[in-house]
Design a protein around this ligand. Structure first.
Ligand SMILES: NC(=O)C1=CN([C@@H]2O[C@H](COP(=O)(O)OP(=O)(O)OC[C@H]3O[C@@H](n4cnc5c(N)ncnc54)[C@H](OP(=O)(O)O)[C@@H]3O)[C@@H](O)[C@H]2O)C=CC1
Ligand SMILES: O=C(O)C1=N[C@H](C(=O)O)C[C@H](O)C1
Length: 254
């Protein structure tokens, strides 16, 4: 398969290695300094473009790829609040194709299934309150993480006593803290920690007077995200519309 890379940072480099090892060809690499390559024959020849950039660049990158009818797999986070409706309209009825996931690792897909199962059980046990914490490297531009938002949306959907999630505090290595933990009982608080070079930890805690139940996923490296993105590109080559990891892993995770 011919793959174009949009964004050649930490994820772009790792995806390149895995894609080549799986027998794919990288036909074009677009970063900040060669934006004209979006209009090159090499870019247009790609079966799929894999996009990992940042919250502000992602949506316009999708539009530039769609202009050439190139399908996109993207893991960029932090753009959904502004552009979710536009992306849904663009991909409706398979007109354009975007595979987007806040987290591409199989481990997080399993963790998300456990999170949903636990939230459903907890409807029977009102004595437990729930909170979430995510920890990432200090370079991360968005908080809470995209993964935390996806997990929080699932809890809000399934746990009757929570109607919305709310960003709490972000705590930094030097000890300074942004934000506030003020929240209403019906809001799920999501706190963030920015520490060193942590690839990504997500922890969900149900606490009662008697005890505490904690589920946590910790990535050892970016390897799982990058492999998932290449598997998603292979899937996207044969599918259309708005796709995500529940489509990719549907035969493995009920
Ligand atoms: N869904 C998932 O599984 C995962 C998602 N992510 C998300 O992916 C994104 C990228 O992560 P990561 O690779 O670690 O970040 P990096 O900062 O290492 O890489 C991003 C790259 O994109 C480049 N870039 C910025 N703007 C543009 C643009 N308009 N067009 C093309 N390239 C551009 C940057 O260049 P420059 O440095 O010059 O600005 C940089 O090289 C983030 O949003 C992150 O949250 C990360 C890991 C997993
Ligand atoms: O910025 C990162 O690094 C990551 N971003 C994604 C997110 O926001 O959830 C996925 C992963 O946790 C790493």
């Amino acid at each position: 398969m011919k793959i174009a890379l949009i964004g050649y940072g930490k994820m772009g480099h790792m995806i390149e290695q895995i894609a080549i090892a799986r027998g794919h060809e990288i036909v074009c690499k677009i970063d900040v300094d060669n934006q004209d390559d979006f209009d090159s024959p090499a870019f247009a020849s790609a079966d799929v473009a894999i996009e990992f950039t940042n919250p502000t660049a992602a949506y316009s990158n999708y539009l530039r790829a769609f202009k050439h009818n190139v399908k996109v797999v993207s893991g960029s986070t932090g753009w959904m609040t502004d552009h979710k409706d536009d992306v849904e309209a663009l991909t409706k009825d398979g007109k354009q194709t975007l595979f987007w996931a806040s987290n591409f690792s199989i481990g997080v897909a399993i963790f998300a299934a456990v999170n949903k199962y636990l939230a459903k059980i907890m409807n029977q046990f009102p004595q437990y309150d729930v909170e979430m914490e995510e920890t990432h490297h200090i370079h991360k531009l968005d908080a809470p993480s995209g993964t935390a938002i996806t997990l929080a949306e699932d809890i809000v959907d399934l746990l009757d006593r929570k109607d919305a999630w709310k960003a709490g505090v972000t705590t930094w290595d030097d000890g300074h803290v942004d934000g506030s933990t003020d929240h209403k009982a019906n809001e799920l608080l999501v706190n963030s920690v920015r520490h060193d070079e942590v690839p990504g930890i997500h922890t969900i805690t149900y606490n009662s007077e008697a005890d505490q139940i904690t589920i946590s996923h910790s990535a050892h490296s970016r390897q799982g995200f990058a492999l998932g993105a290449v598997l998603a590109a292979e899937y996207t080559a044969n599918h259309t519309g708005l796709l995500t990891t529940t489509d990719l892993f549907s035969s493995l995770i009920p």
